[in-house]
Design a protein around this ligand. Sequence first.
Ligand code: AFD
Ligand code: MN
Ligand code: MN
Length: 424
Amino acid sequence: MQIDQNKIDGYNSQSLRKHERALTYLQGEIPHADDIIQQLGAFQIAIPSWALGTGGTRFGRFPAGGEPRNLEEKIEDIGLLHRLNRASGAISLHIPWDIPEDPAHIRALAAAHGLKFDAMNSNTFQDQPGQAHSYKFGSLQNVNRDVRKQAIEHNIEVIRHGIALGSESLTVWLSDGSCFPGQLSFRKAFENTLEGLQEIYAALPDNWKMFVEYKAFEPNFYSTTVGDWGQSYLYASKLGNKAYTLVDLGHHLPNANIEQIVSLLLMEGKLGGFHFNDSKYGDDDLTVGSIKPYQLFLIFCELVDGMNARNMQHATDLGWMIDASHNVKDPLEDLLQSVEAIQIAYAQALLVDRAKLTAAQERNDVVAAQEILQQAYRTDVRPLVAEARLRSGGVLDPLGVYRGEQVRAGLIRERGLVTIATGL
Ligand code: AFD
Ligand code: MN
Ligand code: MN
């Protein structure tokens, strides 16, 4: 689905004057506004292949039509997002759902859309047709050595697919755990899992990273074998310097202080990356920033502070990815909203006067410290985000163009009502 440059220029010109007034005001108020614009331009958020369709829940799925029918169309859809916002420059694949028939062709197609391959995701939470051993009672934790071996081999196969595509990281999310007290030995489950992760880790190329993703509950409801940041940190620390913790915002118990977790993992050099989403109750996979935007901002405050303390490159030294599932929204509209929410939180965090904040902390001036944060949070930074898009060749108002061009209607005409089986 192409949107030609003339139409994009037309959309931009309609609201350019308003944008320029707002941008000039901010540049007058914020001395380092152009640095922020430059950092925003470099900041790319990976889009998960599974978020391009309607995810559904265990109670049903209501596809809205126009969903991608194959890996090529998933790449084209992310290419469209990236054409509009110039901030979705990577795709994260899920194996076996996204096994490339012809990796060279897939890699070339992605490159033509300006896309890289972000982390590869393995899947030992579902039994695939013809699978020899079931994961019903877990994968790497399983009491049966053959099941564990099958899960290890699957992850190593995922690494192989990733190498062919130019990916440099593997995310291991294990749904393993238990539903009832007594069902398993916590120690044995940990030891089996660690042993399996060590075999997978040994297969990582030197330039790869492994992200150990934790989740408090679901699909197991009494215990999860990689259930919180402490367990993930324990695994990652025992595995070695290529292993890191992955923080999915939806994977915490209610009211967890995620920004504190992020700060400490970053301090230890064990924060690998994020799966951004938002939630009210659990792993709701809602649009980033749609429920708790202030929490998202506070997380970015810790990220900016922690990355600067370690001289890390914001754009490249962590994995930035959305992980969401769309049930009542057009997936592409949701993803455009999510990318912008992340950019806004990042830009607001870059506004925080760290020296003033530290001074307020040192004198226990609670109100001043809070005011410094809230001053940044209450600044409308959208003109800076829009300017970063424009300077990168994108669109002033991606959602407006997407809707104005009736892209979803065009995709439905092209693809019809498609039921893809890979919703999470
Ligand atoms: C589900 C899991 C987890 C994982 C994702 C992709 O909760 O977030 O990262 O699927 O496998 O959302
Ligand atoms: Mn996730
Ligand atoms: Mn999840």
